[in-house]
Design a protein around this ligand. Structure first.
Ligand SMILES: [Cu+2]
Length: 253
């Protein structure tokens, strides 16, 4: 702890170096880990959370490494110096600080993450619902209008609810551009919600190692304008027995 003006000077230099190192590392991590396009509303919340963590990681790394390197270099043994170093025997303030500050950080980050999770999993009244089945090694999408599809077609700017299950082993639904991810488990139904905001073509990939051809477990995802979505639904239901077609108006209103 600073006892003289020289000690204080060391602390000011180290604090400045930590600040610089934090900013540089944070920038470096964002640059070497570029995230794909934000194609869902939830992507913004998730990316904001990732950004906060990168900043915290950069700071903690700098705190440890800058202090260590500064100490090693500035207080290294000089030629002819045979003196013992100063002996310390505990420091109550420091020990309280390094217990309480991480505890507060964990609580604050836990609170922020809880809010983010509540935000990205919230339900809405006019959700587009699709049943998703994962199996070795493909996907099937069943629409409430009564047909099955190999590709997942969704209208832009509408909240989507996927009701998912698996027939054999655990799989995981992941479209990196949407950021959200959810396991599909045999014998139970799991739910995944998101709101696509970018018209475009994406790919759902299985994110749970599920066997030999896990790598090829891909399916196209197409986010289209509302009008195009209605047209696609019409084409898909055109050849169906009208008795089997249910809930079309309810799910496209
Ligand atoms: Cu898989």
């Amino acid at each position: 702890m600073p006892k003289s003006s020289t000690d204080k000077r060391h602390f000011i230099i180290v604090a400045a170096l930590i600040a610089i190192s934090t900013v540089v590392l944070d920038w470096l991590l964002r640059t070497v880990l570029p995230l794909p396009v934000q194609a869902s509303l939830e992507a913004m919340t998730v990316d904001w959370l990732i950004g906060l963590h990168l900043l915290l990681i950069s700071f903690l790394f700098s705190l440890v490494v800058v202090f260590m390197l500064y100490g090693l270099f500035v207080f290294r043994k000089r030629d002819g110096d045979e003196e013992d170093g100063e002996h310390f025997h505990g420091h109550t303030t420091l020990e309280i600080a390094w217990t309480v500050i991480p505890l507060l950080l964990v609580l604050v980050f836990g609170f922020i993450a809880m809010n983010a999770l509540a935000d990205i999993t919230r339900s809405e009244s006019d959700e587009v619902t699709v049943q998703v089945t994962g199996f070795q090694w493909a996907w099937r999408f069943d629409y409430p209008e009564g047909f099955s599809s190999q590709e997942l077609v969704l209208p832009v700017n509408r909240r989507v609810r996927l009701e998912m299950t698996a027939t054999d082993v655990i799989h995981s639904f992941w479209v990196p551009e949407f950021r959200v991810k959810q396991d599909l488990v045999p014998g139970m139904t799991t739910t995944l919600r998101f709101t696509p905001v970018e018209v475009g073509e994406y790919k759902v990939r299985c994110a749970e190692l599920c066997g030999l051809s896990h790598w090829s477990m891909l399916a196209p995802v197409r986010v289209v304008e509302e009008a195009e979505y209605r047209q696609w639904l019409q084409e898909k239901t055109a050849g169906l027995d009208p008795a089997l077609v249910q809930g079309e108006s309810a799910s496209t209103e």
